[in-house]
Design a binder for this molecule. Structure first.
Ligand code: ATP
Ligand code: MG
Ligand code: MG
Ligand code: MG
Length: 588
């Protein structure tokens, strides 16, 4: 591919609205562009990576005996009513009507459609087990789409569904999927961990999530430092380590949270999932703050600081007094930056343990990385003052009380592992895969059965297996980057080699050598990005580092005197001189 005939679309500046590094680099490297909240266009380089991830997933699924299908994105409501999820699902399920006023949804997942297909197509035990999968666009109207394609509303998922007549058979396919997922993430070159996950409301007997380890991960995962035990935090909390905590750990937790409240209370109060509470800090402000100070504080918080500097958002805002709560609830008040959640003063009192009347005109909850919470808050007030919002009167120690909710967790680092070996370590992870034994949740509701060996009708038992194909692209960048840009794992790099000729348009010799290399490498089967733009070498180098092509071949006058070019390895920065004639064999 010649850059002159390609859509490179790199940018030098870091876009202000991109909070995490993968989002920033995907924009800067010209991989995606935002159309609207949670909706992204994949540009050529991004699409090349996405297709590679997709292909690895497809190959491993096929190898594990799964069969590919493709189902519609649009699904009719009857199926969801039949399974009972039409009522159960909240606004994440996007519903709409067609011209005949019939109800439809944009598929967030496909249990209903696949169960409908299988009950029609499969009638005998002889056709089981079967594992069908697709790689397809999903739509979820996420409450807080963020971090680019990491939590998008429209995204690419591989979803597989298996059907069985016995638990043994389900377990076999589940194990095969577990192994396939390990193969996938290993081939992708990612540092990942399978963890036990809660089967939650859906029931079922077994579930694992696959997490890519990254500080920006939205989930907390827990594992033992001396055994294979690993679980997501929700599952770990369901286990009984609470009472078994070493005294030192217990004491530390109590000091950190003088007004400790349960995670359930807090999550109900904030109306956010318990898993995101680890990042939440509850801030209670002095009741004596004036309305103007409050207004300044909130508009400042909503506008700049929280979004961009703290990588966070205001999730709860509790007002009284001068503020018209209804106006705020309707998101019409100028203070309000969507999305916000509201709670009553009683809720604040219940959660913070504050005395009635002392809650103050506002309680502002700000999700921030807990370790830095206090420092950030001080920065926030100082920063606001600096930017012309004056909080004279506002005294950090006196006026602002913070509650570090993360410490309310039932499981804390250092707890003994429930398996009896080692102590627990807590890390952040990005959920990139999820496998689940569903049992007969959908097949019973939708009467999906076959004739068994005895000739009797028997309801099937099911498993489902998801991979976040587009999320993986972002997760891979979270783990593989440096100050200059992306360092793609070889398996998913958009190109394998870049040719960077220096001042080609001024030198016939360089042009000829570069063209010949391009021809030879392409003929040898390499995916080559040939930077034939009339750009300064500095610009070209910066772009190639940013895009993260694993190898760069630099063609320059001096080395050409000896019929040589420089080969640079993006991953480790190694440079070596190669004879022109040896380039292809060296790269093979
Ligand atoms: P999360 O906890 O991140 O919301 P989930 O548990 O709701 O994910 P699943 O229903 O398990 O997601 O879907 C399977 C996979 O799809 C997830 O493991 C994840 O990798 C991916 N995925 C889910 N939601 C999104 C999203 N909004 N954007 C991108 N990928 C997603
Ligand atoms: Mg979700
Ligand atoms: Mg999840
Ligand atoms: Mg999941």
């Amino acid at each position: 591919m010649r850059t002159s005939q390609y859509l490179l679309s790199t940018m030098k500046e870091t876009p202000a609205d991109a909070e995490i590094i993968s989002h920033q680099l995907m924009l800067r490297a010209g991989m995606v562009r935002r159309l609207a909240s949670g909706l992204y266009t994949w540009l050529p380089s991004g699409l090349r990576v996405l297709r590679k991830v997709e292909q690895i997933v497809r190959e491993e699924m096929n190898k594990a005996g799964a069969i590919e299908v493709l189902m519609p994105v649009v699904q009719h409501a009857e199926l969801w009513q039949e399974s009972g999820r039409w009522e159960k699902m909240d606004a994440e399920l996007l519903r709409f009507k067609d011209r005949h006023q019939r109800d439809f949804v944009l598929g967030p997942t496909h249990e209903e459609v696949i169960t409908d297909l299988v009950r029609k197509e499969i009638s005998s035990y002889k056709q089981l087990p079967i594992n069908l999968y697709q790689i397809q666009t999903k739509f979820r109207d996420e409450r807080r789409p963020r971090f680019g394609v990491m939590r998008a509303r429209e995204f690419l998922m591989k979803d597989a569904y298996s059907f069985h007549l016995s638990q043994d058979s389900l377990q076999q396919t589940y194990d095969a999927m577990y192994q396939a997922y390990c193969n996938i993430f290993t081939r992708l070159g990612l540092d990942f961990r399978p963890v036990l996950a809660d089967t939650g409301a859906i029931g079922g007997s077994m579930s694992h999530e696959f997490h890519v380890l990254a500080a920006s991960g939205e989930d907390a995962i827990v594992f033992s430092d001396a055994s294979d035990y690993a679980a997501n935090i929700e599952k770990a909390e369901a286990l009984p380590p609470q009472g078994q905590r070493p005294a030192a750990v217990q004491a530390k937790t109590e000091v950190a949270t003088p007004d400790a409240k349960s995670i359930e209370e807090v999550s109900a109060f904030l109306k956010v999932e318990a898993s995101s509470i680890a990042k939440t800090l509850l801030v209670q402000l002095n009741p004596d703050l004036s309305f103007d100070e409050l207004t300044a504080l909130l508009s400042y918080a909503g506008a700049e600081t929280i979004e961009n500097t703290w990588r966070s958002k205001v999730v709860a805002l509790i007002l009284r007094g001068d503020h018209d709560l209804n106006e705020i609830k309707a998101e019409k008040h100028p203070l309000v930056a969507s999305p916000l959640q509201f709670a009553s003063e009683e809720d604040v009192i219940a959660v913070t343990g504050a005395k009635p009347g002392s809650v103050g005109p506002v309680g502002l909850t700000i999700p921030v990385l807990v370790d830095h919470a206090a420092a950030h808050l001080a920065d926030f007030v100082t920063g606001a003052n600096k930017d012309g919002f004056h909080f004279t009167g506002v005294n950090f120690d006196r006026d602002i009380t913070t509650y570090q909710l993360a410490d309310l967790r039932n499981v804390v680092e250092g707890d003994p592992s429930p398996c009896g070996k080692g102590n627990l370590v807590i890390r952040r992870g990005i959920e990139v895969g999820h496998i689940f034994q569903l049992g007969d949740r959908y097949s019973s509701a939708m009467k999906a059965g076959v004739l068994n060996e005895e000739g009797k009708h028997q309801i099937m038992t099911m498993g489902c297996y998801g991979v976040g194909v587009s999320r993986i692209v972002a997760a891979a960048i979270e783990q593989n980057h440096d100050d200059y840009g992306i360092k793609w794992p070889a398996a998913i790099a958009p190109f394998q080699v870049a040719i960077v000729p220096m001042n080609m348009h001024k030198s016939v010799r360089i042009q000829e050598a570069a063209e010949q290399l391009y021809k030879d490498l392409t003929a040898a089967g390499f995916e080559v990005l040939f930077d034939d733009r009339k750009e300064r070498p500095g610009v070209m180098f910066a772009d190639m580092e940013l895009i993260g092509v694993p190898y760069q071949i630099i063609v320059g006058e001096r080395n050409l005197d000896e019929q040589k070019v420089e080969l640079k390895n993006r991953l480790n920065g190694d440079k070596q001189l190669l004879s022109l004639a040896d380039v292809v064999t060296q790269l093979k």
